[in-house]
Ligand binder design. Structure first.
Ligand code: TRP
Length: 344
């Protein structure tokens, strides 16, 4: 174990799928061997757009179940939902006063999510990256596994950390804290095959909001559903190429080979060594076996956990208690640094 601390968050907005699994969760699982890890179900982020309350609750439990079913150990590491640790929101307010409007105006995700009707977007959606910075920095986490789409937000976190350290340099020193009170959190961008595409259209990302359930493998799918979806996945009429080069301009073939590679821990080139020159039927049969073998148990465990919400909730409460202990220490220091009065 290093002194490095990993933090990441997943939004409980429904339908976790193979893309979330290979793009994020697999990496979360691996990092447990080398780092202390804090994995957060970011419910405060979720409500930046409307969430039906009953569904939100179900989704918080589902993400938690997916973490556990995938092999995240909530005893050795920390798993909790964000709203149980008030320090996230507290530090986010301080960061609202550190970050500049001009910085937030550059965030491309806000522009995409707010769309044309920007006047009608929630203030929370706009300030969302400041909350994300607070999530990370309230633990003074050093490493953040994120996808490409979150890189800009992570840069903003670094800017906020630096501006806080600069603005309050004298006070930080006067209180005897290290000069770099907040670290500069580093992104951990995941390896290849992180982009999983729709099983119906290799040009589109696998998405929870695609109207066709056949476009994705949900983590909660059972073995039969997984097998069905892989069998029905779109392909093209050519046999598989023997070299990776040959996957170019064949998005469906590329996607399925990528999924096989990621699930088996091999490179695409190795997968093609085995299946290149063959018809899709043989490859697909192997992919069905592999997917059912790897993902079937996750779906089964999630189903079991969905019937025991008291157990799932107890994990979140326990994780939140341990997270709060760390977060409170940072927040007390921040209050001293900023010049607030608090109970000693
Ligand atoms: N914004 C991230 C997403 O939508 C989720 C998130 C919230 C997060 N807080 C975080 C990710 C802190 C990493 C670190 O995917």
């Amino acid at each position: 174990m290093t002194k490095e601390l990993v933090f990441s968050g997943v939004q409980p907005t429904g339908n976790l799928h193979l893309g979330n699994y290979l793009g994020a969760i697999v990496n979360f699982v691996k990092l447990q061997n080398t780092h202390h890890c804090i994995y957060c179900v970011v419910d405060l982020h979720a409500i930046t757009v409307w969430q039906d309350p009953a569904e939100l609750m179900r989704n918080i439990r589902e993400v938690t179940a997916a973490f556990i079913a995938s092999g995240i150990d909530p005893k050795k590491h920390i798993v909790f939902n964000q709203s149980q640790v008030a320090e996230h929101a507290e530090l986010a307010w301080v960061f609202n006063c550190v970050a500049r409007l001009g910085w937030l105006n550059r965030m491309t995700q806000f522009k995409e999510k707010a769309g044309k009707d920007r006047e009608n977007a929630s203030v929370g959606l706009y300030a969302y990256p400041n909350l994300m910075a607070a999530d990370i920095l309230v633990y003074r986490a050093t490493h953040v596994p994120v996808g490409e789409d979150q890189k800009q937000h992570l840069e903003l976190s670094r800017d906020i950390a630096q501006k806080f350290n600069n603005d309050f340099a004298d006070s930080i020193k006067a209180h005897g804290f290290a000069e770099k009170f907040f670290p500069q959190p580093e992104p951990l961008i995941t390896g290849p095959a992180t982009r999983v595409m729709s099983l119906r259209d290799g040009a589109k990302k696998m998405s929870k909001s695609d109207p066709s359930d056949y476009s994705r493998i949900n983590l909660s799918d059972d073995a039969d559903a997984i097998a069905q979806k892989v069998r029905k996945a779109k392909t093209d009429p050519e046999p598989l190429p023997s070299e990776e080069e040959g996957l170019k301009s064949r998005p469906e073939a590329d996607n399925l080979v990528g999924i096989f590679a990621a699930l088996s821990g091999k490179s695409k080139q190795d997968v093609l060594k085995e299946f290149g020159g063959g018809q899709f039927s043989g490859f697909k049969a192997a992919l069905v076996d592999l997917s059912v073998h790897k993902l079937g148990p996750i779906g089964a465990e999630m189903k079991k956990l969905s019937q025991d919400s008291a157990y799932v909730d107890s994990i979140l409460v326990d994780g939140a208690n341990r997270a709060r202990a760390i977060a409170a220490e940072t927040m007390n220091a921040v209050k001293d640094i900023v010049g607030f009065i608090r109970k000693a």
